[in-house]
Design a protein around this ligand. Sequence first.
Ligand code: SF4
Length: 200
Amino acid sequence: MDFNDIVVSLKASDVKLNYDAHCIIAKELDYPLHIGITESGTIRSGKIKSAVGIGALLLAGIGDTMRVSLTGDPVEEVRFAKELLHAVGLRKSGIELISCPTCGRTRVDLVRLADQVEERLAPYQERWAKEGRKPIKIAVMGCEVNGPGEASDADMGIAFGGGRSALFKKGALIGTYPAEESLNLLFDMIDSELEDSQER
Ligand code: SF4
């Protein structure tokens, strides 16, 4: 019919089948591909299948548009799709939070502290993306042994120790403080970053 303005979509709920089919069609066609794992399941299991299924395709350079399909709030589908693009390095916006998995060296409630940072970062994330700001990385680490390396490698970071925690900015140690104080100082640093760039 001489009509070429199309996007092709293949979908399966089986991750391996979906991957293999896309690898074949990507070689056969020049059309853009809309990718996703259909009927992937509930929020929890659907995210795992989508992360593997869509993530593998994106890393192989396959896919031009995408849909994460979850049995849940569609807002969560979009949020997770953005996280996925971030994870494979195709979306570089906002604030990336890295945190360690904790181990025998952790002497603080790092899970609670990292959750707090993530929660407090949420409004900043929106703003960072909306204003098209340069992406930054924030590290929240659980000990004074391996923590300072990652924390100083990030734009801003905290390495929590037993009594005190070390706060870093762009590789430099700012000081050591009690845990809660470090958290507040971290957000003061993010605020001043925003103010500095507004004044420029
Ligand atoms: S940074 Fe420290 S506490 Fe966290 S996993 Fe590594 S060694 Fe353990």
